[in-house]
Every structure is written in structure tokens, then in C-alpha cells.
Design a protein around this ligand. Structure first.
Ligand SMILES: O=C(O)CCC(=O)C(=O)O
Ligand SMILES: [Fe+2]
Length: 330
């Protein structure tokens, strides 16, 4: 948990939203929405969008059926769902004494077969309803994530060729999360301040809020769990490839209501472990290189090291591969 968590208060300021419903590309409405998306991403690293990816029926299937069904399974069964083995927080996490959350990731569920394999570990007889719900969520939200990322990059002036490559070179993960009551009643923090280490994340909340984003280097804003809205967040990979033009959004979960809370996240990251580097067109005299090229897995190892954990909310990417580290030029 970040050290600043205890004293930082949350503003009940209304969060700006960009309506992306029914937009056609190459229209005035698209250009206006793109400008609003880019402005929010460049200023804060997040944008809240109004979108129908998660309609009432899918929302109910997801939060009313799929997640309760998954988390009600015995611990040993859930443990079998693991898809990744390399490194922390890459399979089912639960019953970790220092954490109030349980979470289960599925790798690339929008692609055929993956969600069925995941469900097969949990329900030997299969669970078509669960699979259909997660796959529908993944497909719809993936499309939305690609649209928002495209808008951001277009708005920054990235060439079509680079955008197309950037969008097609990522894998996705859907992570289902259940939060219990925050351990510390005073701070009500369930997940401390951090940036995500991947490219982007879309977060869907349901009924019980808790997500907060940091703006202007310190002020916290609550993101309400409003149906019809989703938040899109830039992570460390996006900050690196955009040469710092999109800051990684620092966020946390604070749940003063103490109620159990579900969220579902779709995150995207570069496939495999190639060298990540800033896009050519985003480095120039006015925007000198901010981050040296780096491999994600090396960076991730740093993030989970003792040194990296200390930097969790203070730009760990800069500490790892910043051209200019705090207080020194290298
Ligand atoms: O549950 C949420 O609203 C956010 C979770 C989050 O930030 C994360 O798991 O990285
Ligand atoms: Fe996060």
C-alpha cells in the first residue's frame, strides 16, 4: 500500500465522460470524441467512456451469475484454474493473508477455446453459460479498448501504419476480482495506489464502487460504478511506447462502505516479451526520449522486487529505465 494513502482525501468531483455510443469513424462526431479522449489520456492517463459494450443483460450475466458462481467454488478448485505460472499474480490468487481480494485471470478469452479450457479446470462437465458470458464480455470490451487506444494514438499524431501494428501486437487477459471488507477501517484501502504494468486496462465495476484515480500528481477522484460507463486506463507499457505523452494512471481501490465488491478487468499487453520502445513519431526535439527500450519481463521482475515495490506509486518505469532518473541525468 502506498504511504500517502492514509492522509489523502478523495474528491467527490464529477468525473468527465466521453460518449462513444454509435460513433462512425471519419465523422465530425468521431473527431470530437477523439479530441476529448486524447485530452483526458494525455492529462491523466485515463478516460471514462459511455458505451454499450456492457448492456444490462450482459452486466447481469457477468456480475449476477458468472462471478458469484466462480468465487463460490472451493479454494482448491479455483487454484486449478491457473493459466500462467511465471511470476506473481499470474494465476488464481486468494486467501493471501495480506490481501483482501481474490482474483482469477483468463488469458485471451476472446479467442476460441481458451475460456472453455479455463472453465474445464473448474467444472469438469463444462459450463457453457459461464463461457458465453466471459467470451461476450471479452469480445465487446476488447473492441472498445482498441477503439479508445486508436483514438488516443491518432490524437497524438501517430501514423496509421504504427497504430495498426500496435493494436495487432497485443494479447489480452480478463481478470475477475472479488474484494472482501478492507482490513483497515480508517483508510478503507483494499488495493493500494499503483499503476498497471501492462499497456491498457478497461475496468468494469458493479454497484459497489471503490475505484479511485489520481490526478494532478496527488488529488484522488472516485470513479462511480455507473451502469453504461467503463474506465479505460493507460499503464506503464503505454507510457513507454508513447514516450511519456500518456502518463500511467495511478489508481487504487478504497471501499468505505465495507461491502463485498466485484470488478472485471480487461487488460492488454504486448505479445511475448519483445523490446518495448517509444514510437518514432512521438520522439522529437520538443519531446526527447524519456524511457530507454526495455523488456517487459525484466521490468516486471523489478516491479516485484523490494526496490520496485517502494516505487509503486511514483513511476517505477522511470526508476527502471528512465533516461533522466530523479535528481540525475544518465
Ligand atoms: O478493481 C478495481 O476497480 C481495480 C483493480 C486494479 O486496479 C488492479 O487489479 O490492478
Ligand atoms: Fe490496477
Amino acid at each position: 500500500m502506498g504511504s500517502g494513502d492514509d492522509c489523502a482525501t478523495t474528491q467527490l468531483m464529477k468525473i468527465a465522460k466521453v460518449d462513444l455510443r454509435g460513433l462512425q469513424s471519419n465523422t465530425m462526431a468521431w473527431a470530437e470524441a477523439r479530441a476529448a479522449v486524447t485530452a483526458s489520456m494525455a492529462a491523466h492517463g485515463y478516460v471514462v467512456v459511455v458505451h454499450d459494450a456492457l448492456d444490462a443483460e450482459l452486466r447481469h450475466a457477468l456480475f449476477g451469475r458468472a462471478l458469484p458462481e466462480l468465487f463460490a467454488l472451493p479454494f482448491d478448485t479455483k487454484k486449478r484454474s491457473g493459466v500462467f505460472t511465471n511470476g506473481p499474480h499470474r494465476g488464481y490468487d486468494g486467501q493471501i493473508p495480506s490481501e483482501v481480494l481474490e482474483s482469477a485471470p483468463v488469458l485471451n478469452p476472446a479467442e476460441p477455446g481458451n475460456i472453455r479450457d479455463f472453465a474445464g479446470h473448474l467444472w469438469p462437465q463444462g459450463n457453457p453459460g459461464f463461457c458465453y458470458t466471459i467470451m461476450s464480455f471479452a469480445k465487446k470490451v476488447l473492441e472498445l479498448a482498441q477503439t479508445v487506444e486508436r483514438m488516443t494514438l491518432e490524437g497524438l499524431g501517430v501514423r496509421e501504419e504504427s497504430i495498426a501494428w500496435q493494436l495487432s501486437s497485443q494479447s489480452h487477459t480478463v481478470r475477475m476480482v472479488l474484494y472482501g471488507t478492507p482490513p483497515d477501517k480508517e483508510t478503507s484501502i483494499s488495493l493500494g495506489a499503483h499503476s498497471d504494468d501492462h499497456m491498457t486496462t478497461v475496468i468494469a465495476q458493479h454497484e459497489v464502487g471503490g475505484l479511485e484515480v489520481q490526478v494532478n500528481g496527488g488529488q484522488w477522484i472516485a470513479v462511480p460504478p455507473e451502469p453504461g460507463t467503463l474506465i479505460f486506463i493507460g499503464g506503464d507499457q503505454l507510457m513507454l511506447v508513447t514516450n511519456g505523452r500518456v502518463p500511467a494512471c495511478v489508481h487504487r481501490v478504497r471501499a468505505p462502505s465495507g461491502r463485498e465488491r466485484f470488478s472485471v478487468l480487461l487488460s492488454r499487453r504486448r505479445k511475448g516479451d519483445p523490446m518495448l520502445r517509444a514510437m518514432d513519431e512521438l520522439v522529437d526535439e520538443d519531446h526527447p526520449l524519456m524511457y530507454n527500450p526495455c523488456r517487459h519481463e525484466e521490468y516486471r521482475a523489478f516491479r516485484f522486487s523490494e526496490e520496485g515495490r517502494k516505487q509503486r506509486e511514483h513511476n517505477p518505469l522511470k526508476a527502471f529505465c528512465g533516461v533522466e532518473k530523479d535528481g540525475s541525468k544518465e
